[in-house]
Design a protein around this ligand. Structure first.
Ligand SMILES: NC(=O)c1ccc[n+]([C@@H]2O[C@H](COP(=O)([O-])OP(=O)(O)OC[C@H]3O[C@@H](n4cnc5c(N)ncnc54)[C@H](OP(=O)(O)O)[C@@H]3O)[C@@H](O)[C@H]2O)c1
Length: 332
């Protein structure tokens, strides 16, 4: 694969900037520009914004249409929003023009769960133009869906899967520390969680992706989310939390087949969480327990996943793809 892939970065927040910097180091990638809504970034020099000399002279555009008018694109790294409905309008012009996208949009890991019609619409556009669109990342995208599915590649039988992830959110970026509710009274956390304005996006989608891939037809997916309250005052680079206020969350999802719980995804993500880890338990033949001590470092791994997937995406058939429909992921 000698051809260089022309890449643009759509979304220049912490994840987008790190993805851009990593992509800029790859001999197979040629960066052509960036897109972001933020007026403080639009019109700036991309190299100056990212602190990468090699990217000097490249534009930061306010819209993807603007960038498409100035440069040819093969693949866009998309890192803006969590909900597929919000991402759809950003992805549509790319899908229409045959530009492929690897996105950290959490719901894109299994967009059919909440937006079946929109997903079918985007898929059709991609099939017609030759674009491929896929979700990638660490969670969703790896630890609580793709990795457990890979492990079942040696199973003769699978009866039950339980995945537990504990994240010390103090090690994560500012936007994540905010989206887990840091600093909020527990009542406010509950209200915003129930309205879908905070919490980890994509837990149900991870669960649905596993069930879909294993051919399990779930009767029901349940999800709960509780605030974890700080036992003492906590200060990080990004937030300050007084004792008794929310310092993160405990989110839990279950899926049932014939009244039996067959899938459990349990996520604890809070500031100063002790013993961070990822544990996957597969009950079946053979039984398997895999523990990743310390857990997969979320922000760094998301960036790795995004860039590694960008190299392989054009080998997949055109369409809105599930991560399980791409070749096995590996470092590129
Ligand atoms: N799957 C995973 O494992 C995983 C892991 C990490 C992050 N994520 C997701 O990846 C995304 C990026 O993370 P982050 O921390 O970098 O988020 P962030 O700080 O919110 O950055 C997103 C950037 O995109 C911009 N943006 C939003 N809508 C836009 C639009 N329509 N057009 C152009 N720019 C737009 C935002 O501008 P404004 O600031 O002006 O709104 C912001 O600069 C988030 O949705 C996050 O939840 C997923």
């Amino acid at each position: 694969m000698n051809e260089q892939i022309k890449i643009a970065q759509f979304g220049l927040g912490p994840i987008g900037l790190e993805s851009l910097k990593l992509a800029a180091t790859k001999p197979w990638a040629s960066i052509v520009g960036g897109v972001d809504l933020d007026p403080a970034k639009v019109g700036k020099d991309l190299g100056a914004l990212a602190g990468v000399e090699a990217l000097r002279g490249l534009p930061v555009c306010a819209t993807v249409e603007d960038l498409l008018g100035r440069a040819q694109l093969d693949v866009v790294l998309h890192t803006t929003v969590s909900k597929f409905k919000d991402a759809f309008v950003q992805l549509e012009p790319l899908a229409r023009r045959g530009v492929s996208v690897v996105s950290t949009c959490e719901q894109l890991i299994f967009p059919q769960l909440k937006e079946r019609e929109l997903a079918a619409k985007l898929d059709k556009m991609c099939q017609e133009s030759g674009a491929r669109i896929v979700g990638a990342g660490v969670n969703p995208g790896f630890v609580m869906d793709v990795l457990p599915l890979c492990l079942t590649g040696v199973s003769r039988q699978v009866r039950h899967i339980r995945i537990e992830r504990v994240v010390n959110a103090s090690t994560r970026r500012g936007p994540l520390q905010k989206k887990i509710g840091s600093g909020l009274p527990s009542g406010e956390f509950r209200r915003l969680f129930e309205a879908g304005h905070l919490g980890h996006a994509g837990l149900k989608e991870s669960l649905a992706l596993i069930a879909h891939s294993l051919g399990w037809s779930l009767e029901e997916i349940t999800e709960t989310g509780e605030a974890v309250l700080a036992e003492r005052d906590i200060r990080t680079r990004f937030v300050e939390v007084k004792r008794g206020l929310t310092c993160g969350l405990h989110q839990h999802a279950e899926g049932k087949v014939k009244g039996q719980t067959v899938l459990v995804l349990d996520l604890k993500m809070y500031l100063e969480a002790p013993n961070p880890r990822d544990v996957i338990q597969i009950e079946g033949d053979p039984p398997l327990t895999v523990a990743l001590e310390g857990g997969v470092a979320g922000d760094s791994a998301t960036v790795g996943s995004l860039v590694n997937t960008a190299r392989r995406i054009r080998q997949a058939p055109p369409g809105l793809r599930l991560p399980t429909e791409l070749a096995l992921p590996f470092w590129a």
